[in-house]
Ligand binder design. Structure first.
Ligand code: HEC
Length: 78
């Protein structure tokens, strides 16, 4: 049971992360590594508050603050 839970949790996280690059590949939306993690985080918080691109608002609303931070770190400028 514990193992199942771990797999389910990992699945959701992997999905959220793959999600970003799916659109942010430089053709449909800008590459996220053009922004610093702090800039991504700030934008995501605006989206989460309902401001900006409706597609992003939906995505941000489905993410926790922790997931936003992790995604910003992973995809932002290194
Ligand atoms: C379904 C497609 C799609 C997915 C998935 C997606 N985005 Fe977006 N995103 C967009 C579009 C479209 C825009 C608005 C166009 C633009 O600014 O390039 C945008 C804009 C943004 C912006 C603002 C860029 C700017 O300079 O104004 C940020 C930051 C961002 N997305 C972060 C993310 C993160 C983080 C994820 C993953 C958790 C993600 N996006 C997943 C389509 C998507």
């Amino acid at each position: 049971m514990k193992k199942l839970l771990a797999i389910a949790t990992f699945g959701v996280m992997a999905f959220a992360y793959q999600n970003c690059a799916m659109c942010h590949n430089g053709s449909m939306a800008i590459k996220l590594n053009k922004l610093t993690p702090a800039q991504i985080e700030a934008k995501m918080k605006e989206f989460k508050a309902g401001k900006g691109n409706p597609m992003m608002v939906n995505i941000a609303k489905g993410m926790s603050e922790k997931e936003i931070m992790e995604a910003a770190k992973k995809y932002g400028k290194k």
